[in-house]
Design a binder for this molecule. Sequence first.
Ligand code: ATP
Ligand code: MG
Length: 447
Amino acid sequence: MQDSDPHSAPIRPGQPHVVPRPEHNISRANISEQALRVLYRLRQENYQAHLVGGGVRDLLLGHEPKDFDIATDATPEQVRQVFRNCRLIGRRFRLAHVHFGRDIIEVATFRGGGSDDDTDTDADRQVRNGLIVRDNLYGTIEEDALRRDFTINALYYDIADFALIDYAGGLEDLRAGQLRLIGDPVQRYREDPVRMLRAVRFACKLGFSIEPATEHPLFELGHLLCDIPASRLFDELLKLFHSGYGLEVFDKLRHYGLFAHLFPATEACLAHEDHDFPITFVSRGLANTDKRLAEDKPVTPAFLYAVLLWEPVRRRWEELVAHGMASIEAILSASSEVCVEQQPLVAIPKRFSLPMREIWALQPRLEQRDGKRPYRLITHPRFRAAYDFLVLRAEAGEADAELADWWTRFQDASSQERARMTEPGVRRKRRPRRRRKPSGSSGEPAS
Ligand code: ATP
Ligand code: MG
């Protein structure tokens, strides 16, 4: 994977930059006990054993790593022979998982180099139209380094002498706070378009800039995302949106035109202002999720996707109602239409898509406040999520703030107050729904 692009990382075959232990700040005290056990055990069996990827990167940055990935020259089968508590997983990438109770340490065998052109039909690596669909060729540590995505993710911590090994210029980029793909960026994105999403994720997570040659193709190559299995995209998007910086991720995905390839129906709605107001609902929903994560509150993909897909559902709902369909029936129909369109792109598992649809289906039911209905609704397992959703809609100026406020009061009201609140005819007749100025918006109301 030689590359003549002057912007790409200097790759000098066989000449890694080695930083001995006294000259770097990675201490074993900050590496998980289980990861250390795996590293030492592999070493004992005379295999190479390195910490690599996000673990090394985050330790060097002084962050607490999310997980510790290990790279070795032992094949997955050899790893399994060393550890009793080991399972082999993956077809596209065969990996060993060493289990310690609920914790898993992932051990990957050094991946081999070689060309990624379309003529490569080896059983261990399959490339279709430049996209790697199977990659189980094993190789040396250097080859492994150069097959990784970003230079800052290709740093190795060697358990044999605690030195850092850098084949791709990752230390320099880490210092400069920049993301740089190893090799030719366009080719690397074509091999695996998820790397575009990873670029956005790491830029947001680390606060890094994206080096120009790595950044430019992001504007052009979004269409490649349609080649990625929808279930993989679901997993990747969850990492992006449930990271604690989902709002920033959303803005960046839109900036690069990637969002439109993932959520075309939502993008089409966002591209239009509604009654002269920019649509702020998705941003508010994502900011809300970020806030919940910062407060260690639980979040669910059901709510996240309810937010991400709401604008097209709402539009379709309004259209169907305008054509005379009953509101409750219309929202079910709108939900189905939007889900059918979205599912081939990003596969939302049923355990999340069902509650997501319930959150939507409860929106018109929250408008029915007379008699026994509110009492029944409040016991619905999805009531709380649907109420939170209504509050967001009200804050975005799309639902009636008075309605959201009514439900806020109803939940805390005494039985006497509740009886009064649900008396038919107590409230003035509802005005037709119309988007109003969102709270905190600087936009002028439509004339
Ligand atoms: P984090 O775990 O904090 O999200 P990470 O960098 O460890 O970040 P992982 O998904 O755990 O990300 O992957 C571990 C390592 O595997 C990466 O650091 C990178 O070296 C390599 N890697 C992961 N995905 C890819 C990919 N799509 N292409 C090339 N290399 C990859
Ligand atoms: Mg990791």
